[in-house]
Design a protein around this ligand. Sequence first.
Ligand code: C2O
Ligand code: CU
Ligand code: CU
Length: 461
Amino acid sequence: MPGFSRREILLGGAGALTAFAAGGLGARQALAAEHSLTLSRLNHSVLPETVTADMMSFSPSGPPPVLRFRKGQTTTIDVKNALDEASVVHWHGLRIANNMDGVPYLTQYPIEAGNAFRYEFTPPDAGTFWYHPHCNTLEQIARGMTGVIVVEDEEDAGFDSDLPLNIRDFRLGGDGQFIAFYKPRNAARGGTLGTVSTVNWQPQPVYELAAGSLVRLRLAVTDLTRVGRYTVSGAEALIIAIDSNPLPQPVAMDEIVLAPGQRADVALRVPDSEDEVAKLVLKKPNGDKVLATFQPRGASAGRDLRELKPLKPNPVPQADLANAEVLDFVFGWSPGGDAPQASICGSLGYTFWSINRVAWGGDVPGPFDPLATLRHGKSYILRFRNESPNDHPIHLHGMSFQLLRSNKRKLPPLVTDTALLLEEETMEVALVADNPGDWAFHCHVIEHQKTGLAGFLRVEA
Ligand code: C2O
Ligand code: CU
Ligand code: CU
């Protein structure tokens, strides 16, 4: 997989706007502080003229809703489990209290069928996040359980509208029904790709947008497996944030590599005329694929990308690199190859992968040892070494980290919760261990996660 495009975009100054002019108002209605989700099975039409049976969602009637929270505002989410199996809900990228993080046994008991659980937390950061189950994760995500979270900042940047794009594949056969969610031989390699690409559960949706307006596209790659190269064609577009964190300087959206779990916020300037459509495109070696179309409507609003105000950085603490302790993590094959323990949260029946030579034993009560124990408030450099010929999007719960360096490429100083570690790459990242608890740490290719490439870090209170 190429990993250069993102670097090129971020390090190449070409096309970067040096300053956003002030201006652009966007009145937003108050956001509800209380939410509810009903985990449900449903039949739903993804492909035209067929109904896909046995999908799963956070709603009984359609795709997972976009959850909108406000930064610094406490929110509750009442989760009712109307599935016929256990689940838990994880809020990917939100730096919240450990007991609300939604990881079975590590932070809470699985929510059994018919039961409910109230999540309550205060998002500290603004941006684009997502939510998904962490129990029977492969199957529940494969059947549809991935939704976008938007955390609003107090101040609006001046967009005319906001468009969350939940980008993912489904593995459907020609009859529109699910086929095997994965193949073991792929799980031991790069993972199993889906067969139908969708945005917000639709193949190639068309979004009508006010001509000449400024739209905040919120790309969230919630796929199980696909590391993809994305671009926007036919319009001016700037990447303004990656993985919820604003870029110091927006850059032209030539192309961006996004791995499972990653997000990009893109400022789109909708073309002036109804004849000029813009497109979200997945770049593939065997031909580009249009994922969504943006259709201008009406007379041009005549907006300009320079009218946008810069996004405020999130309050992620900066590591003290001079005094940071280095912790090593090696991602590789599973040495023993023992099957994981059976769990009500599902097991694929194989272990192919490991972190520091230990394969995660399955989502069972444990106890398990943490991969490392960190002191509260202390700075750390995490050194990720990938011994394998596959890419791994490495994700940490509860804390964001800063990219420092790699042996393969020049890394931009991005702050993230999910970093794509390329094959045979060694990467260093830094964080402040400011959030006490046991934090899941795993590859976000779900087949890898569920066959051993998982563990947790402990931050002592
Ligand atoms: Cu997206 Cu362990 O999570
Ligand atoms: Cu997460
Ligand atoms: Cu992986």
